[in-house]
Ligand binder design. Sequence first.
Ligand code: MRU
Length: 357
Amino acid sequence: MTVTLEDRNACSVHLSEDEKSVVIIDQRLLPNNQVYCELKTPEEIYQAIKTLAVRGAPAIGICAGYGIYVLALRSEKTDYDSFYEELKQQTDYIVSSRPTAVNLSWAAKRMMKVVEDNRELPVSEIKKLLYKESVAIHDEDIEMCTRISEYGLSLLKPGDGVLTHCNAGPLATSKYGTAIGPMMLGKERGIDFKVFSDETRPLLQGARLTSYELQKAGVDVTLICDNMASIVMKNGWVQACFVGCDRIAANGDFANKIGTSGVAILAKHYGIPFYTLGPTSTIDMNCPDGDHIKIELRDPEEIRSMWYAEPMALKEVKCYNPAFDVTDHELLTAIITDKGIIYPPFDVNLKKLFEEQ
Ligand code: MRU
């Protein structure tokens, strides 16, 4: 597949024309306002990721790749050691913005490896290689999302109901997305599905982003509150659950948006197949199981007062606000990747997948 500049520029994260900044659509303002921002400094990139202006595991990886290139390009250092030191410090700072999605550190490591492997070259040449690597990270994601969508589509029958949680669409990735990619691709081919989008408390990615993307694409989407997943399953309206992932451990346990594991438990109860869809860049073979995934804790105000005209809980009420949870691999029917559909036993089959690479 040939990826063009036009394909890249259509994505929620891309490089500006002069290559001096990362352009993102500010996802915090959707669906009411479409505002683009330009990120040029380590602080701007860190804040955009931390505050979820750019979010979704693959999208933050792409943002880190372009961000590191932009910072390298703007660097005035000409000798290798000081160029490396400055960029390494800025990269570590960006990576510290969010701990759970592996794509962020994965992309940062790829970029820094280019610098480390080419220390004998002039800094100006290293910058050109960094450009190529950042574009490769983006292009690979476009290709991976397309393949994931094809594999996901092969598991559905026309008219099926699909429940999804959070947002794993084009905004969170590139091209079709992952978890909603099969239905996006199906729509392009005239195949219709009925999607149930969990609103996804507390940050409402399902309401603000998933239902917005699907509605705009002409896909039949019904928005539900998170606590309505059980009734739509019981009613027989859901034939499969498709969700994204932020880090898949070597045994198949995976972290995704808080609430995902509850959906998996419900799906098991009702005998509905439950899939996670993600690029191979989201599989962390260095992480043995879900207990080793660091879960990000976020500001209690996201529960207490965000989105409301007035706070809905007393200031002194304790809140627990984990951004992700881990779904046990035993609840998972299969992992849909760009390299194929992986079935249990996940520890064996994921290992095989990486050995084949
Ligand atoms: O906190 P967020 O909105 O970045 O969480 C995102 C998710 O949990 C997505 O499902 C995941 O990153 C996959 S995106 C293809």
